[in-house]
Design a protein around this ligand. Sequence first.
Ligand code: PLP
Length: 380
Amino acid sequence: MKRIYFDNAATTPLDPEVKALMRETMDVFGNPSSIHHEGRQAKTIIEKARKSISGMLGVSPGEIIFTSSGTEADNMAIRCSIEDLGVQRIISSKIEHHAVLHTLDYFGDKGIEIVYVDLLQNGHIDMAHLEKLLGTGDKKTLVSLMHANNEIGNLLDIEAVGNLCESYSAVFHCDTVQTIGHLPIDIQKSKIHFLTASGHKFNGPKGIGFIYISENVKVKPMIHGGAQERNMRGGTENIYGIAGIAKALEIAYAEMEAQQKRISELKDYAAGLILANFEGVRFNGDSNGQSLYTILNIAFPSSLLSDMLLFSLDIEGVSASGGSACTSGSDQGSHVLRELRVAEDYNSVRFSFGKYNTRDEVDAVITILKGICEPQKVAH
Ligand code: PLP
Protein backbone atom coordinates (compact mmCIF):
# COMPACT_ATOMS: atom_id res chain seq x y z
CA MET A 1 0.00 0.00 0.00
CA LYS A 2 1.36 3.39 -1.00
CA ARG A 3 0.88 5.71 1.93
CA ILE A 4 -0.51 9.21 1.64
CA TYR A 5 1.26 11.84 3.70
CA PHE A 6 -0.93 14.81 4.60
CA ASP A 7 1.05 15.95 7.64
CA ASN A 8 3.47 18.47 6.16
CA ALA A 9 2.91 21.00 8.96
CA ALA A 10 4.42 18.43 11.34
CA THR A 11 7.36 17.80 9.08
CA THR A 12 8.18 17.46 5.39
CA PRO A 13 10.13 14.81 3.50
CA LEU A 14 13.70 15.75 2.66
CA ASP A 15 14.10 17.04 -0.90
CA PRO A 16 16.39 14.60 -2.80
CA GLU A 17 18.63 17.49 -3.92
CA VAL A 18 19.05 18.54 -0.29
CA LYS A 19 19.83 14.96 0.70
CA ALA A 20 22.47 14.71 -2.04
CA LEU A 21 24.16 17.91 -0.90
CA MET A 22 24.11 16.81 2.73
CA ARG A 23 25.72 13.48 1.78
CA GLU A 24 28.45 15.34 -0.07
CA THR A 25 28.97 17.65 2.89
CA MET A 26 29.52 14.64 5.12
CA ASP A 27 32.88 14.13 3.45
CA VAL A 28 33.97 17.43 4.97
CA PHE A 29 35.04 16.53 8.48
CA GLY A 30 37.04 19.55 9.60
CA ASN A 31 36.12 21.52 12.67
CA PRO A 32 34.92 24.90 11.39
CA SER A 33 36.82 26.60 14.21
CA SER A 34 40.18 25.15 13.06
CA ILE A 35 42.32 27.44 10.99
CA HIS A 36 43.84 24.72 8.79
CA HIS A 37 42.59 23.53 5.41
CA GLU A 38 39.96 21.07 6.70
CA GLY A 39 38.64 23.63 9.16
CA ARG A 40 38.42 26.34 6.53
CA GLN A 41 36.57 23.95 4.22
CA ALA A 42 33.91 23.39 6.90
CA LYS A 43 33.75 27.08 7.76
CA THR A 44 33.20 27.97 4.11
CA ILE A 45 30.13 25.71 3.99
CA ILE A 46 28.62 27.52 6.97
CA GLU A 47 29.33 31.02 5.73
CA LYS A 48 28.09 30.21 2.23
CA ALA A 49 24.83 28.96 3.73
CA ARG A 50 24.49 32.03 5.95
CA LYS A 51 25.09 34.32 2.99
CA SER A 52 22.56 32.49 0.87
CA ILE A 53 19.83 32.62 3.54
CA SER A 54 20.47 36.24 4.44
CA GLY A 55 20.41 37.16 0.74
CA MET A 56 17.01 35.52 0.25
CA LEU A 57 15.62 37.28 3.32
CA GLY A 58 17.16 40.62 2.37
CA VAL A 59 19.14 40.96 5.59
CA SER A 60 22.85 40.92 6.39
CA PRO A 61 24.68 37.63 7.06
CA GLY A 62 25.58 38.73 10.60
CA GLU A 63 21.88 38.82 11.43
CA ILE A 64 21.41 35.06 10.88
CA ILE A 65 22.37 32.63 13.67
CA PHE A 66 21.97 28.89 13.16
CA THR A 67 20.24 27.00 15.97
CA SER A 68 19.33 23.37 16.67
CA SER A 69 15.64 23.93 15.93
CA GLY A 70 12.76 26.35 15.71
CA THR A 71 12.19 25.66 19.39
CA GLU A 72 15.68 26.82 20.34
CA ALA A 73 15.28 29.91 18.16
CA ASP A 74 11.98 30.78 19.89
CA ASN A 75 13.58 30.28 23.30
CA MET A 76 16.46 32.51 22.29
CA ALA A 77 14.24 35.34 21.06
CA ILE A 78 12.28 35.40 24.29
CA ARG A 79 15.16 34.86 26.71
CA CYS A 80 17.44 37.41 25.03
CA SER A 81 14.64 39.99 24.98
CA ILE A 82 14.30 39.64 28.73
CA GLU A 83 17.94 39.28 29.69
CA ASP A 84 19.56 41.66 27.22
CA LEU A 85 16.89 44.13 26.14
CA GLY A 86 15.23 44.70 29.50
CA VAL A 87 11.85 43.33 28.46
CA GLN A 88 9.56 43.06 31.50
CA ARG A 89 6.26 42.33 29.80
CA ILE A 90 5.37 39.99 26.93
CA ILE A 91 2.24 40.16 24.83
CA SER A 92 1.44 36.91 23.06
CA SER A 93 -1.56 34.73 22.24
CA LYS A 94 -2.89 31.53 23.73
CA ILE A 95 -2.66 29.75 20.38
CA GLU A 96 1.11 30.05 19.89
CA HIS A 97 3.22 26.92 19.53
CA HIS A 98 4.37 25.30 22.78
CA ALA A 99 7.93 26.40 21.96
CA VAL A 100 6.69 29.90 22.77
CA LEU A 101 3.90 29.18 25.28
CA HIS A 102 5.98 26.99 27.58
CA THR A 103 8.87 29.47 27.47
CA LEU A 104 6.41 32.20 28.48
CA ASP A 105 5.15 30.03 31.36
CA TYR A 106 8.74 29.62 32.53
CA PHE A 107 9.48 33.34 32.50
CA GLY A 108 6.02 34.15 33.90
CA ASP A 109 6.98 32.09 36.97
CA LYS A 110 10.11 34.20 37.24
CA GLY A 111 8.15 37.43 37.47
CA ILE A 112 7.89 38.60 33.85
CA GLU A 113 4.38 39.88 33.11
CA ILE A 114 2.73 37.77 30.43
CA VAL A 115 -0.45 39.05 28.80
CA TYR A 116 -2.50 37.36 26.12
CA VAL A 117 -4.20 39.27 23.37
CA ASP A 118 -7.85 38.43 22.68
CA LEU A 119 -8.74 36.34 19.67
CA LEU A 120 -11.58 37.03 17.28
CA GLN A 121 -14.11 34.29 16.70
CA ASN A 122 -12.27 33.05 13.61
CA GLY A 123 -9.01 32.73 15.57
CA HIS A 124 -7.34 35.91 14.32
CA ILE A 125 -5.61 38.28 16.70
CA ASP A 126 -7.85 41.12 17.86
CA MET A 127 -5.71 44.00 16.62
CA ALA A 128 -7.68 46.62 18.55
CA HIS A 129 -6.99 44.71 21.76
CA LEU A 130 -3.33 44.37 20.83
CA GLU A 131 -3.09 48.14 20.41
CA LYS A 132 -4.87 48.69 23.70
CA LEU A 133 -2.43 46.37 25.48
CA LEU A 134 0.53 48.10 23.86
CA GLY A 135 -0.81 51.45 25.00
CA THR A 136 -1.03 50.48 28.66
CA GLY A 137 1.77 50.32 31.20
CA ASP A 138 5.30 51.55 30.91
CA LYS A 139 7.26 48.29 31.01
CA LYS A 140 9.53 47.45 28.09
CA THR A 141 7.41 45.05 26.02
CA LEU A 142 7.98 42.16 23.63
CA VAL A 143 5.22 41.09 21.25
CA SER A 144 5.60 37.42 20.34
CA LEU A 145 3.11 36.33 17.69
CA MET A 146 3.39 33.63 15.06
CA HIS A 147 3.01 34.33 11.33
CA ALA A 148 0.86 31.26 10.62
CA ASN A 149 -0.74 29.05 13.20
CA ASN A 150 0.53 25.49 12.78
CA GLU A 151 -2.84 23.89 13.58
CA ILE A 152 -5.40 26.06 11.82
CA GLY A 153 -3.25 27.99 9.34
CA ASN A 154 -4.52 31.48 10.30
CA LEU A 155 -2.16 34.13 8.98
CA LEU A 156 -1.15 37.20 10.96
CA ASP A 157 -0.87 40.60 9.30
CA ILE A 158 2.77 40.96 10.29
CA GLU A 159 3.18 44.38 8.73
CA ALA A 160 0.30 45.74 10.80
CA VAL A 161 1.75 44.17 13.97
CA GLY A 162 5.23 45.49 13.11
CA ASN A 163 3.83 49.00 12.68
CA LEU A 164 2.03 48.81 16.02
CA CYS A 165 5.18 47.58 17.73
CA GLU A 166 7.12 50.45 16.25
CA SER A 167 4.53 53.01 17.35
CA TYR A 168 4.70 51.76 20.94
CA SER A 169 8.46 51.03 20.97
CA ALA A 170 7.89 47.32 21.52
CA VAL A 171 10.17 44.51 20.37
CA PHE A 172 8.61 42.15 17.80
CA HIS A 173 9.31 38.41 17.67
CA CYS A 174 7.62 36.50 14.88
CA ASP A 175 7.67 32.69 14.75
CA THR A 176 7.69 32.05 11.00
CA VAL A 177 8.35 28.32 11.29
CA GLN A 178 5.28 27.45 9.19
CA THR A 179 5.69 30.20 6.60
CA ILE A 180 9.34 30.62 5.78
CA GLY A 181 9.98 29.06 2.38
CA HIS A 182 6.23 29.04 1.70
CA LEU A 183 5.43 32.74 1.63
CA PRO A 184 7.61 35.74 0.83
CA ILE A 185 8.43 37.64 4.03
CA ASP A 186 9.63 41.21 4.01
CA ILE A 187 11.50 41.53 7.29
CA GLN A 188 12.22 45.25 6.92
CA LYS A 189 8.65 46.16 6.07
CA SER A 190 7.33 44.07 8.93
CA LYS A 191 9.85 45.65 11.32
CA ILE A 192 10.64 42.28 12.89
CA HIS A 193 13.40 42.17 15.50
CA PHE A 194 13.50 38.39 15.94
CA LEU A 195 12.34 35.92 13.30
CA THR A 196 12.53 32.18 13.92
CA ALA A 197 12.63 29.31 11.43
CA SER A 198 13.11 25.54 11.19
CA GLY A 199 14.59 23.50 8.33
CA HIS A 200 12.26 20.52 8.39
CA LYS A 201 9.14 22.49 7.51
CA PHE A 202 10.33 23.27 3.98
CA ASN A 203 11.79 19.94 2.86
CA GLY A 204 15.05 20.50 4.67
CA PRO A 205 16.65 18.52 7.49
CA LYS A 206 15.49 18.19 11.07
CA GLY A 207 17.54 19.44 14.00
CA ILE A 208 18.51 22.70 12.35
CA GLY A 209 16.87 26.10 12.45
CA PHE A 210 17.88 29.70 12.52
CA ILE A 211 17.06 32.97 14.14
CA TYR A 212 17.25 36.35 12.48
CA ILE A 213 18.22 39.00 15.00
CA SER A 214 17.99 42.56 13.73
CA GLU A 215 21.25 44.46 14.01
CA ASN A 216 19.22 47.15 15.76
CA VAL A 217 18.98 44.99 18.87
CA LYS A 218 22.11 43.90 20.69
CA VAL A 219 21.85 40.58 22.48
CA LYS A 220 24.22 38.08 24.06
CA PRO A 221 24.44 34.33 23.41
CA MET A 222 21.93 32.00 25.05
CA ILE A 223 24.32 29.02 24.81
CA HIS A 224 27.74 29.82 26.21
CA GLY A 225 30.89 28.17 24.94
CA GLY A 226 33.19 28.77 22.02
CA ALA A 227 33.15 31.61 19.55
CA GLN A 228 30.98 29.79 17.03
CA GLU A 229 28.18 31.54 15.19
CA ARG A 230 30.02 34.85 15.36
CA ASN A 231 30.16 34.58 19.15
CA MET A 232 26.39 34.19 19.37
CA ARG A 233 25.99 30.44 20.01
CA GLY A 234 28.60 28.12 21.45
CA GLY A 235 28.95 24.56 20.15
CA THR A 236 30.58 22.99 17.11
CA GLU A 237 28.24 23.63 14.21
CA ASN A 238 25.97 21.10 12.49
CA ILE A 239 27.52 21.71 9.09
CA TYR A 240 25.43 19.06 7.28
CA GLY A 241 22.26 20.56 8.66
CA ILE A 242 23.40 24.07 7.84
CA ALA A 243 24.24 23.13 4.25
CA GLY A 244 20.88 21.32 4.05
CA ILE A 245 18.71 24.12 5.41
CA ALA A 246 20.26 26.66 3.04
CA LYS A 247 19.80 24.38 0.03
CA ALA A 248 16.21 23.62 1.05
CA LEU A 249 15.43 27.32 1.35
CA GLU A 250 17.03 28.04 -2.03
CA ILE A 251 14.81 25.41 -3.64
CA ALA A 252 11.75 26.66 -1.74
CA TYR A 253 12.38 30.22 -2.89
CA ALA A 254 12.91 29.15 -6.50
CA GLU A 255 9.69 27.09 -6.49
CA MET A 256 7.61 29.30 -4.19
CA GLU A 257 5.26 30.90 -6.68
CA ALA A 258 4.53 27.68 -8.55
CA GLN A 259 4.08 25.62 -5.36
CA GLN A 260 1.87 28.25 -3.78
CA LYS A 261 -0.43 28.13 -6.78
CA ARG A 262 -0.44 24.33 -6.99
CA ILE A 263 -0.88 23.62 -3.27
CA SER A 264 -3.54 26.35 -2.86
CA GLU A 265 -5.54 24.65 -5.61
CA LEU A 266 -5.09 21.31 -3.86
CA LYS A 267 -6.37 22.75 -0.57
CA ASP A 268 -9.39 24.32 -2.31
CA TYR A 269 -10.06 21.07 -4.15
CA ALA A 270 -9.95 19.07 -0.91
CA ALA A 271 -12.15 21.61 0.92
CA GLY A 272 -14.73 21.51 -1.87
CA LEU A 273 -14.90 17.72 -1.89
CA ILE A 274 -15.20 17.56 1.89
CA LEU A 275 -18.09 20.01 1.94
CA ALA A 276 -19.80 18.16 -0.89
CA ASN A 277 -19.44 14.73 0.67
CA PHE A 278 -19.92 15.13 4.42
CA GLU A 279 -22.85 16.62 6.29
CA GLY A 280 -22.34 19.16 9.04
CA VAL A 281 -18.62 19.48 8.46
CA ARG A 282 -16.85 22.78 9.20
CA PHE A 283 -13.36 24.19 8.90
CA ASN A 284 -11.51 25.45 11.95
CA GLY A 285 -9.94 28.90 11.69
CA ASP A 286 -10.24 31.33 8.80
CA SER A 287 -9.78 28.66 6.17
CA ASN A 288 -11.27 30.68 3.31
CA GLY A 289 -9.71 33.97 4.31
CA GLN A 290 -6.30 34.88 5.69
CA SER A 291 -5.00 31.34 5.84
CA LEU A 292 -1.83 29.52 4.93
CA TYR A 293 -2.37 27.48 1.77
CA THR A 294 -0.78 24.34 3.18
CA ILE A 295 -3.16 23.83 6.12
CA LEU A 296 -6.78 22.67 6.19
CA ASN A 297 -8.23 21.88 9.60
CA ILE A 298 -11.54 20.05 9.34
CA ALA A 299 -14.10 19.57 12.11
CA PHE A 300 -16.26 16.49 11.57
CA PRO A 301 -19.33 16.07 13.76
CA SER A 302 -18.51 13.16 16.08
CA SER A 303 -21.75 11.50 15.02
CA LEU A 304 -20.15 11.20 11.58
CA LEU A 305 -16.58 10.27 12.39
CA SER A 306 -15.48 8.84 15.69
CA ASP A 307 -12.56 9.99 17.81
CA MET A 308 -10.71 7.00 16.32
CA LEU A 309 -10.57 9.00 13.09
CA LEU A 310 -6.81 9.50 12.98
CA PHE A 311 -6.17 5.91 13.95
CA SER A 312 -8.53 4.68 11.22
CA LEU A 313 -6.90 6.94 8.65
CA ASP A 314 -3.48 5.63 9.64
CA ILE A 315 -4.62 2.03 9.21
CA GLU A 316 -5.94 2.95 5.77
CA GLY A 317 -2.55 4.42 4.87
CA VAL A 318 -3.19 8.11 5.45
CA SER A 319 -0.99 10.17 7.77
CA ALA A 320 -2.58 13.28 9.22
CA SER A 321 -2.69 15.07 12.54
CA GLY A 322 -5.62 15.96 14.65
CA GLY A 323 -6.75 17.25 17.85
CA SER A 324 -9.96 17.85 19.62
CA ALA A 325 -11.09 20.47 22.05
CA CYS A 326 -11.52 17.65 24.56
CA THR A 327 -9.35 17.47 27.68
CA SER A 328 -10.53 14.15 29.02
CA GLY A 329 -8.29 11.26 29.97
CA SER A 330 -4.66 11.29 29.00
CA ASP A 331 -5.41 13.21 25.79
CA GLN A 332 -4.75 16.83 26.54
CA GLY A 333 -6.52 17.81 23.35
CA SER A 334 -5.52 20.79 21.27
CA HIS A 335 -4.96 24.07 23.11
CA VAL A 336 -5.65 25.88 19.83
CA LEU A 337 -9.05 24.30 19.23
CA ARG A 338 -9.93 24.84 22.87
CA GLU A 339 -9.16 28.56 22.58
CA LEU A 340 -11.27 28.66 19.43
CA ARG A 341 -14.07 27.05 21.43
CA VAL A 342 -14.54 24.26 18.89
CA ALA A 343 -17.33 22.18 20.42
CA GLU A 344 -16.26 18.90 22.00
CA ASP A 345 -18.67 16.96 19.82
CA TYR A 346 -16.51 17.61 16.80
CA ASN A 347 -13.50 15.54 15.83
CA SER A 348 -10.91 17.56 14.03
CA VAL A 349 -8.30 16.45 11.59
CA ARG A 350 -5.56 18.61 10.12
CA PHE A 351 -4.57 17.88 6.55
CA SER A 352 -1.39 19.75 5.70
CA PHE A 353 -0.23 19.63 2.14
CA GLY A 354 3.22 19.73 0.62
CA LYS A 355 4.91 19.79 -2.72
CA TYR A 356 4.74 16.05 -3.24
CA ASN A 357 0.96 15.77 -2.76
CA THR A 358 -1.41 15.32 -5.68
CA ARG A 359 -5.11 15.57 -6.57
CA ASP A 360 -5.26 11.80 -6.89
CA GLU A 361 -4.22 11.54 -3.27
CA VAL A 362 -7.01 13.92 -2.27
CA ASP A 363 -9.52 11.78 -4.21
CA ALA A 364 -8.20 8.64 -2.51
CA VAL A 365 -8.47 10.20 0.96
CA ILE A 366 -12.07 11.28 0.34
CA THR A 367 -12.95 7.70 -0.62
CA ILE A 368 -11.21 6.41 2.49
CA LEU A 369 -13.01 8.96 4.70
CA LYS A 370 -16.34 7.92 3.22
CA GLY A 371 -15.47 4.32 4.01
CA ILE A 372 -14.72 4.97 7.66
CA CYS A 373 -17.57 7.31 8.49
CA GLU A 374 -21.16 6.51 9.32
CA PRO A 375 -22.57 5.58 5.87
CA GLN A 376 -26.02 7.15 6.33
CA LYS A 377 -24.43 10.56 6.93
CA VAL A 378 -22.51 10.70 3.67
CA ALA A 379 -24.14 13.23 1.35
CA HIS A 380 -24.98 11.78 -2.04
N1 PLP B 1 6.90 26.95 15.92
C1 PLP B 1 5.95 26.44 15.13
C2 PLP B 1 4.86 27.32 14.63
C3 PLP B 1 5.99 25.10 14.75
O1 PLP B 1 5.04 24.59 13.96
C4 PLP B 1 7.06 24.30 15.23
C5 PLP B 1 7.11 22.85 14.89
O2 PLP B 1 6.11 22.19 14.83
C6 PLP B 1 8.04 24.88 16.03
C7 PLP B 1 7.93 26.22 16.37
C8 PLP B 1 9.19 24.10 16.56
O3 PLP B 1 10.14 23.84 15.56
P1 PLP B 1 11.17 22.63 15.73
O4 PLP B 1 10.43 21.38 15.41
O5 PLP B 1 12.27 22.90 14.75
O6 PLP B 1 11.66 22.67 17.14
